[in-house]
Design a protein around this ligand. Structure first.
Ligand code: FES
Length: 88
């Protein structure tokens, strides 16, 4: 089985990933551990549960905020941004 390498951007920087990976997996592979900051005090949040339950991994995908990185599949050409507070 061959892996298909795809390309997207993370905060404006080219990110390569494997087709079928979650956004979270692609971010971790690139060394990025921070997905968002909280609304109240700007604390950093990253992957916690990894199964879509805690919402700590929210990112902005193609301009749409509040997307769970751990359960969203990365796609070729996708634009991913770490999320500040409630959204972009
Ligand atoms: S890490 Fe908990 S919802 Fe994504």
């Amino acid at each position: 089985m061959s892996e298909k390498v795809i390309t997207c951007t993370l905060n404006g920087v080219i990110l390569t990933a494997i087709s079928g990976q979650s956004i979270a997996a692609a971010m971790i592979s690139s060394g990025e551990r921070i997905n968002r900051t909280t609304r109240i005090d700007g604390s950093f949040r990253g992957i916690f549960c990894g199964i879509g339950a805690c919402f700590d991994c929210l990112v902005v995908v193609d301009g749409v905020s509040n997307q769970r990185a751990c359960i969203t599949e990365v796609r070729n050409g996708m634009t991913i941004q770490t999320q500040r507070g409630a959204g972009p």
